[in-house]
Write a protein that binds this ligand. Structure first.
Ligand code: AMP
Ligand code: MG
Length: 399
């Protein structure tokens, strides 16, 4: 196989464009509203009535006719949320109104309680108001029939509340894609094992299962494949039954790194097998038949980083997300920072609790899981720059 090395941005774009262009069927199911958080909407949600359905007051005070002010008005009643004022406000009249109550017919503005002096059934207002003041007009937020959420939207609490507000108790969402997780390596033993000093517990199956679930997939953990062609092939074939296959380990250039051989024998198309990042440089992305796969490098930091940067986008697209997001923002460094240019680095760091300072965490390289677990952010070091001074902003990613 020809080796293809890409920059971080090129690789990311290639993953998104390739998966987006693939004709993947996206089955739909219906779930109860409170089963829907985290799922991806598969239908448009439209307003069942104007929002708000009537003009409402947004203050406690008096519903008036703006043209009457300033002046002294006669109070002809009151209206609170959940009721309507049956009559109409005539010139020279006012109705006491509470926040959220529908504006009485005839009134065109609300004067705040604090701006009026009430004496019995009289109310004196010594200021002018504009028509529409302190009123949320009918349909100001949406018109009946307006599409409020489009298919491809990930559902969080605000979207669930919106669905509730338009009377929906069930929603059509995309089925969760299945994601096979296939760890490889002769040294990898189950978490329950008492490992020999030369053995490593299978932590990647756990980080990946959590990352997959969080990104909207259904993780399926396969047995660990020994670094052996036949066994790896058997497990890869079983992993290709899923909607997406994630392999961990076995993609470096070592003599026993058999993953690419096996995939190639199965007729894989490879899009790239190296990305100019650290951790995670020997990352493989390809497809066998209709199933995309990632060969994630086995070191724990490499596996986590490459999943978040690349595999997550593929999974989200398979899950029906319209626009997979990857956002970096900039935060001032708490100390000087230097790296060797040429690779984009994603390094464990601590973002201060107020979000205003980023401090890199000392780490021993891609195997340093303790450092990754202490991090609440990843510092993103540009491949083209070597040195940042304390106080200078640097990019950060929140995993
Ligand atoms: P590899 O990418 O196969 O060269 O693996 C690199 C290193 O990653 C290995 O030496 C292991 O220490 C570690 N590693 C590989 N697979 C796993 C796994 N499933 N869980 C934890 N660590 C792993
Ligand atoms: Mg290995």
């Amino acid at each position: 196989m020809r080796s293809v090395a890409l920059s971080f941005a090129e690789a990311r774009r290639l993953v998104v464009e390739t998966v987006r262009a693939a004709p993947t069927p996206k089955p739909v199911e219906e779930v109860a509203l409170l089963e829907a958080p985290g799922r991806v909407l598969a239908e448009p949600l439209a307003a069942d009535r104007d929002l708000p359905p009537v003009a409402r007051s947004i203050r406690d005070g008096f519903a008036v006719r703006a043209a009457d002010l300033p002046g002294e008005l006669t109070l002809v009643g009151e209206v609170r949320a959940g009721t309507v004022f049956e009559g109409a406000v005539q010139s020279g009249q006012a109705v006491e109104i509470m926040t959220g109550a529908p504006l009485p017919v005839g009134a065109d503005a609300v004067v705040m309680l604090e701006h009026a002096v009430r004496e019995g059934d009289r109310v004196r207002i010594e200021r002018t108001v504009e028509p529409g003041e302190f009123i949320n007009p009918q349909g100001a937020e949406a018109r009946r029939g307006d599409v409020l959420l489009c298919p491809g939207t990930r559902l969080g609490f605000a979207q669930i509340a919106l669905a509730a507000s338009i009377g929906r108790t069930k929603l059509r969402v995309f089925r969760l894609p299945t994601v096979a997780i296939l760890p490889t390596g002769d040294e990898i033993v189950p978490v329950e094992a008492s490992p020999e000093p030369y053995q490593v517990r299978n932590s990647n199956a756990y980080s990946l299962a959590v990352q997959v679930a969080r990104a909207g997939g259904r993780p399926q953990r396969l047995d660990v494949a020994r670094d052996d062609l036949d066994e790896t092939r058997r497990l890869v074939e079983s992993g290709l039954q899923a909607d997406l296959l994630l392999l961990s380990g076995g993609v470096s250039a070592g003599k026993y790194d058999v993953v690419e051989r096996v995939l190639s024998d199965l007729g894989a198309e490879f899009y790239f097998d190296r990305v100019l990042i650290q951790p995670g440089q020997p990352l493989v992305f390809g497809r066998v038949g209709g199933v995309f796969f990632f060969g994630l490098p086995g070191n724990p930091a490499s596996t986590m980083v490459t999943f978040e940067l690349f595999a997550r986008a593929a999974l989200e697209l398979l899950a029906g997300v319209e626009e997979p997001a990857l956002s970096f923002f900039r935060v001032p460094l708490a100390e000087d920072f230097r790296h060797r240019p040429g690779l984009t680095r994603f390094l464990p760091a601590r973002l201060s609790s107020d979000g205003r300072r980023l401090r890199p965490i000392p780490w021993r390289g891609s195997s340093d899981l303790p450092a990754m677990a202490r991090a609440n952010a990843w510092l993103v070091a540009d491949a083209g720059r070597e040195y940042w001074r304390a106080g200078e902003p640097i990019e950060v990613f929140l995993p």
